[in-house]
Design a protein around this ligand. Sequence first.
Ligand code: LLP
Length: 421
Amino acid sequence: MITCDSSVQLPFQAGAHGLACDGVSIQSIVATVGTPVYIYSARAIRDAYRSIDDAFAGYPHAIHYALKANSTLAIVRQLKALGSRVDANSSGEIEVALRAGFAPREIVFTGVGKTGAELDYAIAHDVGAINAESAGELDRIAARARAAGRVVRVALRVNPDIDAQSHPNISTGLRSNKFGVALQDARGIYRARRDEKSLQFVGVHVHIGSQITTAEPLRRAAAVLTTLALELRDDGVPLEHVDLGGGLGIAYEGRPMITAAEYAAAVLPELRRANLPVVLEPGRAIVAHSGALVARVADVKQYPDGRRFAVLDAGMSELMRPALYGSFHRIVPVSPRQTPETPWDVVGPICESSDVFARERPLPELCVDDLVAILDTGAYGAVMASNYNRRLLAPEVLVDEGRWSVIRRRQTIDDVLALES
Ligand code: LLP
C-alpha cells in the first residue's frame, strides 16, 4: 500500500514498555506532565517537510508552512530551521512567525475578511505577499498602502469551482464557498488595477481545500492557475510565483493516499507551462503524523444492551476534529493489553453528545486510569482547542533525539481568569 506515510516513519510505536514516541516512553512523560497532553515528534516533522521539499526538488519552489495547522512557537522554530517559510492567516500568526525568527518577506498572509488593522500590520511589515480575497480587499490594500507611502506585494486568490472531494467543511474551492474571486473575474480584476502604483502583483493564489486525497483536483487547480498566470503575462502583469495553497491529505485510516511525489508529478507539468516558481502552503501533511493527544480513562460504563463507553479526561475541548467533521483518528492504549478487542465508544467529558472520539471502536479492555493515545493529531489539534466547560488548555511536549521538553505548559485557571474583571 502506498501512503504519504511511506517517507515518514510513524513516531508512535508500541515498545516493550508500552507506547513510545521515537523511543521515548509516553508513560514517563505523563508521569511528569500529567494528562491530557499533546506529544509531538520533531523527527517526524523534519521527515514530512523533507518529503515535500524533495518531491519538488527539480523545480523552483518555496514551502510556506500553514501556521494554522500548529503554531506553537517551538514547532514553528523547527520549520524555520528546516528552511521553510510560512503562510499566516491572521496578524496573530504573523506575530508568531516574526517571533520565531521569520523575515517578513518569508510570510504570505492569507485569509477571508482581513481587518483594516490586520492589513495595516501586514503592510507595515512588508510581508512577502498579501493574498487578497476580493476586489474590494485589493482596493482597501491599495488605499492603505498609498496612505502609508508603501508599495505592497499582492496576489489574488481565485475560486476555480473545483471540488476537492474532501469533507464539505474543509472544501474551499467551490462556487458555494466564501473564498477568493470567481475565476472568470480574476483577469479583469488584475487588468483594472495594473496601473495602481501602490500594488505590486507578485502572484496568483488558490487553495481548494484540505485533507485532499487524490491528485486530480490539485492538478486541475494548478492548470487553471497556470493558464491565468499566462494570460496575465500577456496583459503585461508579470508575476513572480504561482501559489497553489495547501491541502495535501494524510492517511488517517491507513488507506491508500496521495504521496508528496504523486502530488508533485500531477502539478509540475501544468506549472512548467508558465515556468514560474511555485509557492506551496502545506500544513497538515507536515505536522499531522507528528502528534498524539494522550488522555487518561476517567470512567467506564456499560448499558444493558451491551454498549460500552470509555470516558476520557480529554474531549472536544482538546481535539475538536471528530465532533466537527466526524473525522477518524486511531486510538491506541499506551500499555500493552492482551485482552481481546471489543467495541468501545470513546468519548470526552464535555456536556455535549457530539463529544465523541470514536463509536464502536475495537479496543482491548479499558479500565479507569488507563492511558490512551489519539494519533495523528499534530495538525488542527491543539490549535483548535478551547476553554469550553472552563477546561484548561493541555500542555504540549516535543520529543527530539531521545529527549523531551514541555513547549507549552498546562494552562491554569488563573491564566484564564486573568482576562476577566
Ligand atoms: N492555505 C490556506 C489558504 C488554507 O486555508 C489552508 C487550510 C492551508 C493552506 C493548509 O491546508 P492543509 O495543507 O493543512 O490542508 N481544521 C480542519 C482543516 C482546515 C484547513 C483550513 N485551511 C481540519 O481539522 O481538518
